[in-house]
Design a protein around this ligand. Structure first.
Ligand SMILES: Cc1ncc(COP(=O)(O)O)c(C=O)c1O
Length: 380
């Protein structure tokens, strides 16, 4: 018997304490008990993000959060700038086009981060664009975009352009890449480093974002953020919330507080080093070596080993579920998730199982070398 281990870049494994917090008789979402949970959730997110304003909770997956950001701030015919460096970056265009927006894409090679120069050139060419939309980590290519240097540049050139950051796979793995002075909408999702079930999306909004939203004609009911803000001022959500996940969120935040933010970010950096150094020692070609994101590592297996076969054999033989590639990386890469409730031994398990399976598939026998490469990052 091998235990099932979910090491995908979302959903992620859920800690026992979080499971227990969700395992209670169903609360009614208009009850005082749930209102207290919601208020605790707001307070916890304010602590985690370091923002003063309350977040908005939406009962949807991350794509819903991206759509809510655009439908509340833009009107048909408005221009937006998006960074397309992977399948989540491409999603901005898909959403924008459905909403009748004119989308200017910064095309970035898959596996590379967007540069300040590319950004500057696009923002200077379209200074009237309503929003600049980017991922913090592009989960499909395992790249972390350098937002700390990029967002102030957007602000400098076009102060009124909203900056919308999809931090769905970056949040709680690495520090927030700015404050409300450079980030207008920050989007996080439950099924990533929060180690919660899918279904809760969290949005933090700057004053500038709210003032644009207030002056934008409403064209969505479910995702109406003004309505949500009004409901929240009465301690509720507009629609039936993902109440069970919000109870879990409060336990997740408790765990975050106990570990401490700096320790959480340091742990994700270690996990990323274990995965990258281990995979590389196994003869794999690791992606995004210039700008690796701390939440997931992607690699091309050694010559002669098919990525999808490797992944399915690792699952069949050792119970570890890994992710494959998306879009143009479909069938070509393997991704090891290491976000949320993951410790160095979990990532070491993944490298061990990958090494054993590569050997069984005739792709070389470098496991001892890989373990030697990993251990300095496992040891305390
Ligand atoms: C960077 C990023 N953006 C957005 C999403 C949202 O996808 P979904 O709507 O499937 O949660 C994901 C999920 O994998 C993601 O990693």
């Amino acid at each position: 018997m091998y235990k099932e281990r979910l090491l995908t870049p979302g959903p992620t494994m859920i800690p026992q304490r979080v499971l227990q917090a969700m395992e209670r008789p169903m609360l009614h979402h208009r009850s005082d008990v749930f209102k207290k949970e919601l208020a605790r959730g707001c307070e916890g997110i304010r602590w985690l993000f370091g923002w003063n304003s309350d977040p908005i909770f939406l009962a949807c997956s991350g794509t819903g959060g991206m759509e809510a950001a655009l439908v509340n701030t833009c009107q048909p015919g408005d221009e937006i700038i998006t960074v397309n460096g992977g399948s989540f970056g491409a999603r901005w265009r898909q959403i924008g086009e459905r909403l009748g927006l004119v989308v200017h894409e910064i095309m970035v090679d898959w596996g590379s981060p967007v540069t300040v120069e590319q950004t500057r050139a696009m923002v200077e060419a379209h200074p009237k664009a309503k929003a600049f939309c980017v991922q913090h980590s592009e989960t499909s290519t395992t790249v972390l975009h350098p937002l700390e240097s990029l967002l102030p540049e957007v602000r400098k050139i076009a102060p009124e352009m909203l900056t919308i950051v999809d931090a769905i796979s970056a949040c709680a793995t690495t520090p927030m890449p700015g404050t409300p002075s450079t980030i207008d909408i920050y989007i996080a999702g439950s099924q990533k480093a929060f180690s919660l079930p899918p279904g809760l999306t969290i949005l933090a909004l700057s004053e500038q974002a709210w003032s644009i939203i207030e002056s934008t004609p409403r064209r969505t009911l479910y995702f109406d953020l003004l309505l949500e803000r009004k409901s929240l001022s009465a301690g509720e959500t507009s629609w039936t919330p993902a109440s069970t996940i919000i109870c879990g969120l409060n336990a997740a935040i408790e765990l975050f507080r106990e570990e401490g933010l700096e320790a959480i970010y340091a742990r994700h950096r270690r996990l990323s080093r274990i995965a990258r150094e281990g995979a590389s020692a196994l003869g794999c070609q690791v992606l995004a070596t210039d700008a690796p994101c701390p939440s997931v590592t992607g690699f091309i297996p050694p010559t002669g080993v098919d990525a999808d076969t490797l992944r399915s054999e690792v699952r069949k033989r050792y119970g570890i579920r890994l992710a494959g590639g998306q879009g143009k990386f479909n069938g070509a890469i393997v991704r090891v998730g290491h976000m949320g409730f993951v410790d160095p031994f979990d990532t070491l398990n993944a490298i061990t199982a990958i090494g054993l399976t590569i050997r069984a598939l005739g792709g070389g026998d470098e496991l001892s070398k890989a373990l030697i490469a990993c251990l300095p990052n496992v040891e305390v």
